[in-house]
Design a protein around this ligand. Structure first.
Ligand SMILES: [Zn+2]
Length: 443
């Protein structure tokens, strides 16, 4: 694998950073580096001509230094579009900087077979993102806008006639669900996804068998108020936002292929594909979307543990029913406190949402250290040192990746809730044996 070296002069403080870029398998990827002296973000894009073996690099806030005699750099960093890298260091001499590339260093953590799978899934998803995602986004838009007359035609491009008749609302729901999951399937943590999907399906099926009357009360409540529809459209929109930021998170996706993730990974390793600026909006919007679905999670907990979706756990004297919960608690941060892992459906969202980080981002109250890649979040504003949360950029990026996985889990819960409503309302679904016989997709 080829490694190119570039010298970047900071437009603000003129410090020089040597950037060793590993040219990997991607045709292009973002680069994010902070100046080690003044902290300015150099955000750039590298475009690689894989056939000719050359590349072009463009940056904001820094200029490339050219010439036969190059100055001694002040800092040095390695960069990669696919892998974690060593963090920025003060430059001493070339020998003191690690001579192995990020690729060789990562081979100690990911075996070659898994590395091939990682590269394969990444390239496939990037190709899909570029060429086919606009069509799927269109299907989502048509579904959200309830333009069913166009939906069947769009879905028919992909889905088999025998297994997806596409002739009623239940069929449209099934069609959109299978297309959506198939898009993201390669990126999912398969163990987590199959465990959580099985949990949702088993729980709903058990409730249908043992307490159908109260299950229908729950389902009817969320249908009648159009809440379930609102959750679904917001979750689909967040999946769309995830597709946009995916190139920034490729090294985080790679962690799923590690033999074991070292405990001190985020202390020692960093990212050069992403800055907090690239992720903060995704974090805030996903937080808001997931926090809204807490009403549904709490309702399922009430039904499972107390037999009635209205009956709240005994936590606060003034919150006895679901209506109390909805009417009296307006703050999403307080709602999140009701999800603490003590009840069954909490597992779909438990510990994923941090109100302090959300508030700090919302108020632009955070600081980033470009050398350590440590982010400090100040939920009460930059002047107030209390309640400060610290997190490495790598951990924040992992948090955003986990939020994506959480969106998929919640989408499954919403799907199963809508499905049970339609089935009980009289829509009939196809015989699952037909799927074994004909498959799902046309191609
Ligand atoms: Zn600088």
């Amino acid at each position: 694998m080829v490694v190119y070296r570039e010298y970047l002069k900071c437009d603000v403080c003129e410090a020089i950073t040597a950037v060793r870029t590993q040219i990997g398998y991607l045709d292009q990827h973002p680069i994010r580096i902070h100046c080690g002296r003044c902290g300015t973000l150099f955000d750039g894009l590298i475009v690689i001509d894989q056939k000719r073996g050359n590349y072009s690099l463009t940056f904001h806030n820094a200029s490339q230094v050219r010439g036969k005699t190059l100055p001694k750099p002040d800092f040095i960093i390695e960069s990669s579009g696919e892998l974690l890298t060593d963090k920025l260091q003060v430059y001493k001499d070339d020998e003191s900087f690690a001579c192995y590339t990020p690729f060789f260093k990562t081979l100690a953590e990911i075996d070659r077979f898994e590395m091939s799978a990682f590269i394969d899934y990444t390239q496939k998803f990037l190709e899909f993102r570029k060429n086919r995602w606009p069509r799927i986004r269109r299907i989502h838009d048509i579904w959200i806008d309830e333009k069913h007359e166009y939906l069947a035609k769009e879905l028919r491009e992909y889905l088999h006639e025998k297994t997806f008749p596409l002739d009623n609302e239940l069929e449209y729901l099934r069609g959109v669900n299978i297309i959506t999951l198939s898009v993201f399937f390669d990126l999912l943590n398969k163990e987590r996804f199959s465990s959580n999907s099985k949990f949702v399906m088993d729980e709903i099926s058990q409730l249908a068998n043992t307490n159908l009357t109260n299950l229908m009360k729950l389902v009817n409540y969320f249908e009648a108020n159009r809440l379930i529809y609102k959750y679904e459209s917001k979750l689909l929109k967040q999946l769309n936002r995830f597709v946009v930021i995916f190139p920034h998170l490729i090294p985080v996706f790679g962690l799923q292929f590690y033999k074991q993730i070292p405990r001190d990974l985020s202390v020692k390793k960093g990212l050069t594909t992403v800055s907090i600026e690239d992720l903060k909006q995704f974090y805030v919007d996903t937080y808001e979307t997931l926090a809204e679905t807490i009403d549904l999670i709490v309702s399922f907990n009430n039904l499972k543990h107390r037999g009635d979706f209205e009956k709240m756990a005994n936590r606060r004297r003034d919150i006895k029913t679901m209506s109390d919960f909805i009417v009296k608690i307006k703050s999403k941060g307080i709602k999140i406190d009701f999800i603490d892992g003590s009840e069954a459906f909490d597992k779909l969202i438990d510990k994923m949402l941090n109100n302090k980080i959300r508030n700090a981002i919302g108020h632009n109250s955070y600081k980033f250290d470009g050398i350590s890649q440590l982010i400090k979040f100040y939920p009460k504003g930059l002047q107030d040192e209390s309640d400060v949360e610290e997190m490495y950029l790598l951990d924040f990026a992992r948090c955003c990746w986990n939020l994506f996985l959480c969106i998929v889990d919640l989408y499954t819960l919403v799907y199963q809730t809508r499905k049970i409503f339609l089935v009980i309302s009289g829509y009939s679904s196809i015989d699952p044996k037909l799927i074994d016989e004909h498959g799902i997709f046309k191609y």
